[in-house]
Design a protein around this ligand. Structure first.
Ligand code: NI
Length: 255
């Protein structure tokens, strides 16, 4: 069984063919999905969706791009939404100094508030980080007992070990299939399979050979095959270990 740990299938890019996209994924062995929110409206909408779709779980959160929209009402709304059994994480949350769509001090403040929310609920977090790893590490060091996924991990082996030691899985996206992703390929080779999960981030980040197109969960196999090749291990073992990794943190098989 393959699990796509990061989808945005409620995006308008899928409005015309969402059911077919999900069916295609299942035909390719992608059986479960974590649908990830990025603003309040999307997070609210996804709770209904995951409630009515057995194979879906949800993460709700405010992306650093949207940090400026986060208010006390958002927090109150999230506290209500989280009561759904199908909401299993806070995300995606973090820092994005590449696009800087919200001021950096606001990004940090809202990131911290959401970390603290996750801690009060003992929930994992899904972290988005772009061009902000020094500050991300500084913040993570201040909190105990964190767990979750580093979304579309890219970084050095040292970065990888930093996150792993702090209880995180590395989300490996289609980026690993790109010819020039040599550093990432090398990290994947070095780290233990126990630390890896797969994600599409659809409709974004399509793997080779779909670069430039809309990404979808059925393409998750291209990412997995690249990891199978890099680590020279059996494809079924990869399925089994990644499913165990996800369950260790998100307990999805008991829900
Ligand atoms: Ni995303």
């Amino acid at each position: 069984m393959l699990i796509d740990t990061h989808t945005h299938l409620l995006s308008e890019e899928f409005d015309n063919d969402r059911d077919e996209v999900i069916k295609r994924a299942k035909d390719k062995g992608v059986e479960k999905f974590i649908e990830v929110g990025y603003d309040e409206k999307y997070s609210t909408k996804l709770v209904d969706f995951v409630e009515y779709n057995d194979d879906f779980f949800g993460a709700i959160g405010i992306h650093p791009h949207n940090a400026i929209e986060f208010t006390n009402t958002t927090l109150k709304n999230f506290e209500k939404l989280i009561k759904s059994q199908k909401i299993i994480a806070i995300g995606e949350i973090g820092l994005d100094y590449y696009r800087d769509l919200s001021p950096r001090d606001t990004q940090e403040k809202i990131f911290r508030q959401q970390i603290e929310l996750s801690q009060s609920l003992e929930m994992p977090i899904i972290i988005h980080c772009r061009e902000a790893k020094d500050n991300l590490k500084k913040i993570l060091k201040e909190y105990q007992n964190l767990t979750g996924i580093i979304h579309s991990f890219s970084g050095t082996l040292q970065d990888a070990y930093f996150y792993i030691e702090r209880g995180f899985l590395l989300g490996i996206s289609g980026v690993v299939t790109y010819k020039n992703s040599l550093a990432l390929k090398n990290v994947v080779k070095e780290i233990d399979m126990q630390n890896i999960v797969f994600e599409t981030d659809c409709p974004y980040l399509p793997p080779t050979p779909y670069r430039g197109k809309r990404n979808e969960p059925s393409y998750l196999n291209f990412t997995k095959e690249e990891v199978v090749k890099l680590k020279e291990i059996d494809s079924e073992i990869v399925d089994k270990i990644t499913a165990e990794n996800i369950n260790r943190i998100f307990k999805i098989f008991n829900k």
